[in-house]
Write a protein that binds this ligand. Sequence first.
Ligand code: ZN
Length: 458
Amino acid sequence: MKLEFFGAAAEVTGSCHILHIGGRQVLLDCGLIQGSRRDEERNRDPFPFDASGIDAVVLSHAHLDHCGRLPLLVKRGFKGPIYTQDASCELVAILLADAAHLAERDAEYKSRKTGKKVKPLYTVAEGERVIRQLQNRKYREIFEVVDGMKVRFRDAGHILGSASVEVWLSENGAERKIVFSGDLGQYDTPILRDPEPIDRADFVLMESTYGGRRHRDRAETVKELGEILTSERSRKGNILVPAFSIGRSQEIMYQLGKHFDEWDLGRFQIYLDSPMAIEASKVYWSNTHLYDEEATRLRSENGGMPLLPNLKLSRHPEESMAINRIRSGAIVIAGSGMCNGGRIIHHLKYNLAREETQVLITGYQANGSLGRRLVNREQSVRIHGRTIPVRATVHTVGGLSAHGDQDDLARWYECMENRPPVYLVHGEVDSQEDFRNYLGKRNGAEIHLPKPGDFLEL
Ligand SMILES: [Zn+2]
């Protein structure tokens, strides 16, 4: 039995590893490569394995960098089951439908622009085929994936349904246990439970996205949000909140609901302007058995989720366009999270030049994104071919990351009393090296940085 590293070894996206056991092959995740256009073109490359030779997929959670190449896997011949947690199953269906729809639209646009027929990465129909192969499993349920391989999902506290994966392997009398962290959340993330402790493993595959840094304290972050929303300025214009549809949008709504009276939010009209975030919110608000203690208590006190009486859901384009006519008193939560596309672009176009506007940046903004330009306080930005002066106030509110920082990652690892060797995946090289030094000093762990194509004999 052995493990082969393919994607997200020494990079952040495209998570994909392959386990070989008793002549069978099982993928851990099948994520999309994200980043620059050139990086994303690599998604069209053939897999370095035969898709029809894969027996099953075990999927940690519903983010595109973990599940976004599943439609390609199916299209190229994979016919087996895709196991993921219950809520994750619902979110994957929403996410892949949206990704396929955007891929089709993008291809149409490029075809028109270049005069050549550009094929989408995958079509809506191809996205739907994946959904038929999904198999939902509960946290803590042990199930067989193939002969000689059993799996159990444990809550990873990253987004709803996210899992760390315990894998038990047995071959010719030898037994091994591998733990794949998936993406780990911060401890004390609202709504979600903390990453669940796992007591031992022979090998650990671990994410290290923020292995090189510490997040700002969450309580400080929430206090800062409160100061912005109660300031004199907030009485004048609109407040725009770019947010990812799964996770961040729900967390922001939850914070607004939790502090509704304290921050006097009844004077605003709050909009969730994203069909996908609306769908994802349904999954969040209906899987109440996965909530942490605080969310369970607030939900029962308020008689349900979300906790916002003045929330308007904006599904249709006309509803979204109507928001552009509002001059003040609106809080608009819309995607995309990095302002690269989606409806937030239109709201920015209409509001950035107005001094009374405030923009709340609550998530990571990649280099080159419009969101990063705003964070960098550029004086003007280009939107839809027009130069827009930035007179709005842009607040960067740190501390709401869905990923644990180095202390969170170390805390999770240290639950494993036997201190197994660690293979760092899913992180840029700098943060992997920082985390290797940090963890090594803290507890003497043996840490490896595998490269794509490397094998680990188990
Ligand atoms: Zn993730």
